[in-house]
Design a protein around this ligand. Sequence first.
Ligand code: FAD
Length: 318
Amino acid sequence: MSEILVVVEATGEFGVKKVTLEMLTLARQLGTPAAVVLGGPGAADALSPKLGEYGAAKVYAAEGEEIDGYLVAPKATVLADLVKRVRPGAVLLASSQEGKEIAARLAVKLDNGILTDVTDLAADGTATQVVFAGSTIVKSKVTRGLPLVTVRPNSLSPTPAPASQEVEQLTVTVSDTDKLARVVQRVAEQKGSRPELTEASVVVSGGRGVGNADNFKLVEELADLLGGAVGASRAAVDSGFYPHQFQVGQTGKTVSPQLYIALGISGAIQHRAGMQTSKTIVTVNKDAEAPIFELADFGVVGDLFKVVPQAVEEIRKR
Ligand code: FAD
């Protein structure tokens, strides 16, 4: 079976993002998963146990300041060299900002086709994409070169399948062109103790109906009680109620938690695009005709400022 290269998305603290585990799960259906770690010194050793737990039979490690200190260009160079050498059956990257940028550069370097934001990839190379804000499913194949795809986070359920693995260190050679942009400063996203929005199993989102930035404390309170992340509609973000990094939807983040609670959100198609694959959807809206009710598993027609404090009180009692 040919190797399926999975480019690892790591968190800053040497953790592995859930989308990497999803990609390893997918790779197991296509061939032999091989993880590629592109990071600072020691990254591969730190990440290997988790990668092995999800079936990575091999870990390719490209480590060093040259990789960590520069933007995507050196990573694409290392990957292009690796692909030419090992000729994998497919290459999977996360559909994150960085993943998509590396994938695009890799496609150019290899003169290869590319499919982005796929939600599934079959053994014959047919990729599934959900487009037009979730209204249309497209099946496509890369017709030039190997299947090079970026995988939309939260499309698959990661399942463990422990594999023993070998780690191979890759030589990192960075050209002057690769050094045209370098990282000068890293500013941590405003995070706090809440889980990352795209990885959280509970998301509580507020919309224009929340009214103002101060009222978002109510959304945060419910999220914290449930151990969840806070999201926001674009209307809430555009009105300055909550920062853009928490926007859910077509032009924000895509989430697929076990539980999504929409408070004061009408359910516009662009918002649905980012949350409609959530396992259970609960909404509170004072307008019984709001489109979000078509999607919700449980809905309360009512004023969120009356309903949510009661829910908070009930949860606190348990
Ligand atoms: P509204 O549509 O104004 O709905 C507010 C809701 O709150 C109403 O249903 C109202 O009944 C309810 N409400 C009011 N007060 C209360 C109360 N006290 N208690 C209970 N309910 C109350 N939107 C996104 O969210 N994410 C995106 O990524 C996104 N991308 C877009 C991209 C494009 C190209 C375009 C054109 C639009 C995009 N939008 C996006 C905007 C989208 O079309 C909607 O305008 C937006 O989602 C509406 O946000 P909302 O539901 O918070 O506000």
